[in-house]
Design a protein around this ligand. Sequence first.
Ligand code: AMP
Length: 407
Amino acid sequence: MKAQILEPGAVLGVLGGGQLGAMFAGAARRLGYRVAVWDPDRDAPAHQLAAYSFTAPFLDVETRDRFSQTVHAVTYEWENIPADLCEWLERRHPVRPSGFVLRIIQDRIQQKQFLEGHNLPVAPFAVIESPDQLPEAIRSIGFPALCKTARSGYDGKGQWFIQDPSDVAQVSRELYACTRDGQRWILEQAVTFEREVSVLVVSGPNGNCRTYPPVDNRHERGILRLTLAPTSLPVETAANASHLAVQAVSALNSPGVFCVEFFHTADGALFINEIAPRPHNSGHYTLDACTVSQFEQQVRILCGVMIGEVQLLRPAAMVNLIGNEVSAVTAGSGYSDLMAIPGALLHLYGKRTIRAGRKMGHVTFLAEERSAAEERALGLIKQLSERPFSALAGEHVPVQKTEPRDV
Ligand code: AMP
């Protein structure tokens, strides 16, 4: 049976209204769709682009009914929205990726077991059902290791690095302190990687997949700092990463945009770190450097139309603007200096308050050679590092004032 196509004019619902939701809404609007954003945070950036805004908590049944009556199809922009809500909506509308995918991905343990069950390479891990199991888990995984909450962690939040035996008691105490009903953790071997790589996979309604070229990522304190496109991995290894990414996404068996993150070790091995069931920060460069962006792909998939080209038109380097770093390029000479750099493209997310570790925007540098884009990106990072974001906890600066509309 041919999948139904949603034509321009239809209302596309997105659960979550952060920058990913806002960039989805931008792509949808460009193609003539209206967007319904549901995010309990009235200041979430996507509300500014919404034809319909919903700001009640996700468990609000009356809002769920109104949201459902408003939209023709639903996607989500982060994996921590309630899977029950997704599945309820899925019984009434196309939801892409599926609620089943969301359930697997939003639990790190289920995700790792799923990947392992499909013979995909992941670093050794152990499941921790209660804090007293930490020592036993350490014995099986060894040092160094990372302990992560099974659910709700992101950007390095809810993670403990365990370097040696002297860290175990402290981490145990912290696990006890944050024990909630049903809370579980995963202990992963800390992979000594040479680089981190990610692959965006676009999985169309008929199961056909396309991959953007793999990219190199550098993180600082668990947060993405820099993405370089394309990767400098040897061609064969890059092809292997793409192949593994498609295998992982095919196993999930749902249309959608996915990002598969890898560790690449010195001996040439690839391990999957995790999968995001949505456009990803490391794919923001596609807005400026590719024929069709990851967000337009998300729109196309949701509407049941052909997925677009995934061609990289120019090498690119993307730098995240984190916390107060954003001020360095929006105020004073920093703004005009940035605008004067050839191929520099600034994206601001319109968040009203700056907080340490919060992603406020990004800059993509385009150039004829990756090395030139990287050089400009590193120049910006050096400039930003003169005021490191770690020192800025609790800083609140209004950057934009708009009132969301509620329906
Ligand atoms: P995650 O939230 O799991 O994506 O982790 C954020 C970042 O922490 C990753 O991109 C890595 O830089 C680092 N990290 C996470 N898990 C591991 C691991 N098992 N071994 C080494 N580094 C890791």
